[in-house]
Design a protein around this ligand. Structure first.
Ligand code: SF4
Length: 412
């Protein structure tokens, strides 16, 4: 590896980290530095990543190195990829984090790495960065560490003690996809490591409720990322896999990252990226499962040939398919049924439940709570409104789908 300045390494290793989407910082425990040290984790709902190309920063998002002994087909840093390589020392990452923090550039660190020498060796280096920051420099800011499933569980345990959030990427939605595109990775080892992290997080959470001085363990929980569109997995399979990850491992978040063709791509990969709208629809279906009480099978039932429609959101797709569940009476229906109404969000439902204790709601009352009453109207009844045959109309989908946008012929 040619000698590089710190700035050159940063260019390479911040750019190499941009493919990882799993770095939101929400949900961690409150921690501040008024009692000494530096950094705090408050006010951090949104996090961005640092890159030298000017993207907004609040989290220094880098790889320790983009050298890797593995050869995952979808990864730009794989062993056989012809990219410029760089490697930070542990001390360099520590100094960069502290320097950026002091200049108010960032609120924390997201650190991942290619695998150098062995999984244990790499994990030791990652843990050492976090240890130095926490123990030697009293850094109280946010730390997200990407852990390596094959590493010694004791090292993953240590990572959880220093980090706010830890994560392991599940990578592909199906075991077959993982075998084909990341043959050196093992679905079983990934699940075992996730299960270990889950039980450590649960134990630490229980202990913290009993003892004030209980040691922390990844208070912001664990997350993972799935690549969408690099294999033939359908949206139904992705949704089922995500639901299993939430249920089995208590994931805080599953991130979906639309596969983007990489320079010098492997021949087994598709030549085209999936539409970005597909990633968006998967995030919407994820919200349906986490906040709207939908089960994975129900979201799956809204798909067509296993794929979520791109022209309408999954909640509307479900409602159009299961029209006999509507209309829903906004003055009487329970919360679960109100949450099924297209166009009503969780906040609108909360307001409806509270407002109707005092008076009967009319259509215009509901209209004030939603961006589009036209979308809600066919699916509800109110004090002054019944949709009559509206919900049964054959052209309802066409009427409710947003108008198709003309694509630019010479778009960049
Ligand atoms: S192990 Fe990680 S860094 Fe290495 S090739 Fe696979 S995905 Fe890329």
């Amino acid at each position: 590896m040619a000698h590089m300045s710190l700035k050159q390494k940063l260019e390479v290793l911040a750019d190499a980290a941009k493919y990882d989407a799993s770095c939101a910082s929400s949900g961690t425990a409150k921690r501040d530095s008024r009692g000494g040290g530096i950094g705090s984790t408050e006010g951090m709902g949104i996090c961005h990543a640092y890159a030298p190309d000017g993207r907004c920063i609040s989290l220094l998002k880098i790889l320790l190195t983009n050298v890797c002994v593995f050869d995952c087909h979808y990864c730009i840093n794989r062993k056989s990829s012809n990219v410029r390589r760089a490697r930070f020392t542990v001390e360099e990452v520590v100094q960069l984090t502290l320097g950026f923090y002091r200049r108010n550039y960032i609120e924390g660190l997201f650190l991942s790495s290619g695998i150098i020498k062995s999984s244990d060796y790499t994990m030791e280096q990652i843990v050492e960065v976090a240890r130095l920051l926490r123990e030697e420099h009293q850094f109280h800011g946010y730390i997200h560490l990407k852990t390596i499933p094959d590493a010694d569980p004791a090292l993953i345990e240590a990572a959880g003690r220093y980090a706010d959030r830890i994560s392991i990427n599940v990578e592909l939605p199906t075991v077959a996809g993982l075998k084909r595109l990341a043959p050196e990775k093992s679905a079983t080892r990934i699940s075992t490591a996730m299960a270990g992290m889950k039980s450590a997080i649960v134990d630490a959470h229980d202990a913290s409720r009993r003892y004030k001085s209980a040691p922390r363990y990844a208070p912001a929980g664990q997350s993972t990322q799935m690549i969408v569109g690099a294999d033939a997995a359908t949206d139904s399979q992705i949704i089922t896999s995500a639901s299993g990850l939430y249920d089995s491992f208590g994931m805080r978040r599953v991130y979906y990252s639309a596969f983007s063709p990489i320079p010098d791509a492997s021949a087994v990969l598709p030549l085209k990226r999936p539409p970005l709208l597909r990633e968006h629809r998967l995030y919407q279906s994820d919200w349906l499962m986490r906040f709207y009480g939908f089960r994975a099978e129900e979201v799956g039932a809204a798909t067509e040939g296993g794929m979520l429609p791109l022209d309408i959101d999954p909640k509307l797709a479900w409602a159009l398919k299961f029209r006999d569940s509507f209309p829903v009476d906004v003055n009487r229906a329970d919360k679960e049924r109100l949450l099924r109404v297209p166009g009503l969000g969780t906040k609108a439902v909360k307001t409806i439940l509270s407002a109707r204790r005092h008076r009967q709601l009319r259509l215009e009352d509901v209209g004030r709570l939603t961006q589009s009453i036209a979308k809600v109207r066919p699916f509800i009844t109110a004090a002054d409104w019944r949709p009559v045959a509206l919900v049964d109309r054959a052209d309802l989908r066409t009427r409710l789908a947003p108008p198709a946008e003309q694509l630019e012929l010479f778009a960049a």
